[in-house]
Design a protein around this ligand. Structure first.
Ligand SMILES: O=C(O)[C@H](CCc1ccccc1)CC1(C(=O)N[C@@H](Cc2c[nH]c3ccccc23)C(=O)O)CCCC1
Ligand SMILES: [Ca+2]
Ligand SMILES: [Zn+2]
Length: 308
C-alpha cells in the first residue's frame, strides 16, 4: 500500500499546540512533509556526525510529544513557505531540495548549525538553552545559511562571514515577524532569564557586539576567534538593516526583498561591508527607483554604522 498524507498534532518546545504534515505508511506515521519535501530525524543524543541524519522520526498515533521534533518540523515548513511566498524560491536551492533536520544531536549540546547538507539541533543544557529548534528565528537563521550557500556563498570568516551571519539573523527575524522583533534566539536562550537574547540587532552593544565600524573587532580567523568574529561583527550590518527599516517606513516584506535581491543578485563569496552597502543600494534602486526614499534610507542606514 502506498504512503498517504496525514496531519499530525503535538506540542512544541514551549508547550504550544500545533499541527503539521506527516506521512502515513503501513500503519505508522512519519515526520515527513511531502508537499514541502521536509524530513525530520533524531540523532538520539549521539554526537557522531557520521551517523547523520539519524532516524526518521515515527509515531504510532500521529500525536507527537517530542517538542524539539515538532518545532523543527513545523518551523521548517514556515521557513519554506516564507521563501516560496515572498521570493518564489522553492527550498534553499530554488529547486525543491529536501530540507532535512536532525534534533537531539549530542548531549546537552548548546548550539545548532547547518553542516552544508542539513540542519542539526542540540537540546541545550536546560539553563543556557532549551532545545534550539524551539525558536522560529533560529530555524530561519539556519535554513538561510543554506540559501546563502546556494547564492552569494559568503565565505564564513571576517567581513564576508559577518555578512553571512547578519543575513541569517535578518531573515530569521523577518520570518519570525514580531513587533520590535530584533532579538535573536530569545525564545530558547536562558529560560530562567526573561528579556535577554543571544543577539540584539537593534542594540548590538547590549550583548557586547559592535554597532559601528569604529568598534569592529579584529579577531583571529580561528574557531576561538569565531572565524574573525562572524557572530559579533554581524552587529554592524544588523544595525544597518534595523536603521533602514526604522527610518524609511518601508514594510518588513519590502525590506526583505531589498536584502534578498542584494544577496542573490549582487553579492559574491568575498563581499565585504562596502560591497553589501553597494549591493543593497543597487537592489533598492532596482525595486523602488534611484530617487526613492528607500534608496536614500538604505544609503543613510549604512552611513550611520560607518560604512560608505
Ligand atoms: O548557525 C550559526 O551561526 C551558529 C552555529 C555556528 C557553527 C558553525 C559551524 C560549526 C559549528 C557551529 C548557531 C547559532 C549561533 O549564533 N551560535 C553562536 C553563539 C553560540 C551558541 N551556542 C554557543 C556555545 C558556545 C559558544 C558560542 C555559542 C556561535 O556558535 O558562536 C545561530 C542561532 C543560534 C545558534
Ligand atoms: Ca527573534
Ligand atoms: Zn549563523
Amino acid at each position: 500500500n502506498k504512503a498517504t498524507h496525514a496531519t499530525g498534532t503535538g506540542k512544541g518546545v514551549l508547550g504550544d499546540n500545533k499541527s503539521f504534515n506527516t506521512l502515513s505508511s503501513s500503519g505508522t506515521y512519519y515526520l515527513q512533509d511531502s508537499t514541502r519535501n521536509l524530513k525530520t530525524y533524531t540523532a538520539r543524543n549521539s554526537a557522531n556526525e557520521n551517523l547523520l541524519p539519524g532516524t526518521l522520526l515515527s509515531d504510532s498515533d500521529n500525536y507527537w510529544t517530542d517538542g524539539a521534533a515538532v518545532d523543527a518540523h513545523t518551523y521548517a515548513a514556515e521557513v519554506y513557505d516564507y521563501y516560496k511566498t515572498k521570493f518564489n524560491r522553492n527550498s534553499f536551492d530554488g529547486n525543491g531540495a529536501a530540507i532535512k533536520s536532525t534534533v537531539h544531536f549530542g548531549r546537552n549540546f548548546n548550539n545548532a548549525y547547518w553542516n552544508g547538507a542539513q540542519m542539526i539541533y542540540g537540546d541545550g543544557d536546560g539553563s543556557t538553552f532549551v532545545p534550539l529548534s524551539g525558536a522560529l528565528d533560529v530555524v530561519g537563521h539556519e535554513i538561510t545559511h543554506a540559501v546563502i550557500e546556494r547564492s552569494a556563498n559568503l565565505v564564513y570568516e571576517n567581513q564576508s562571514g559577518a555578512l553571512n551571519e547578519s543575513f541569517a539573523d535578518v531573515l530569521g527575524n523577518l520570518i519570525e515577524d514580531r513587533d520590535n522583533g530584533w532579538l535573536l534566539g530569545e525564545d530558547i536562550y536562558t529560560p530562567s532569564v526573561s528579556g535577554d537574547a543571544l543577539r540584539s540587532m537593534s542594540n548590538p552593544e547590549s550583548q557586547g557586539d559592535p554597532a559601528h565600524m569604529d568598534d569592529y573587532k579584529n579577531l583571529p580567523n580561528t574557531r576561538e576567534g569565531d572565524w574573525g568574529g562572524v557572530h559579533t561583527n554581524s552587529g554592524i550590518p544588523n544595525k544597518a538593516f534595523v536603521n533602514f527599516v526604522e527610518t524609511s517606513g518601508i514594510t518588513r516584506d519590502n525590506a526583505g526583498k531589498v536584502w534578498y535581491r542584494a544577496l542573490t543578485s549582487y553579492m559574491t563569496s568575498r563581499s565585504d561591508f562596502d560591497d553589501a552597502r553597494n549591493a543593497t543600494i543597487q537592489a533598492a534602486t532596482d525595486l523602488f527607483g534611484s530617487s526613492s526614499t528607500e534608496v536614500t534610507a538604505v544609503t543613510n542606514a549604512w552611513a550611520a554604522v560607518g560604512v560608505g
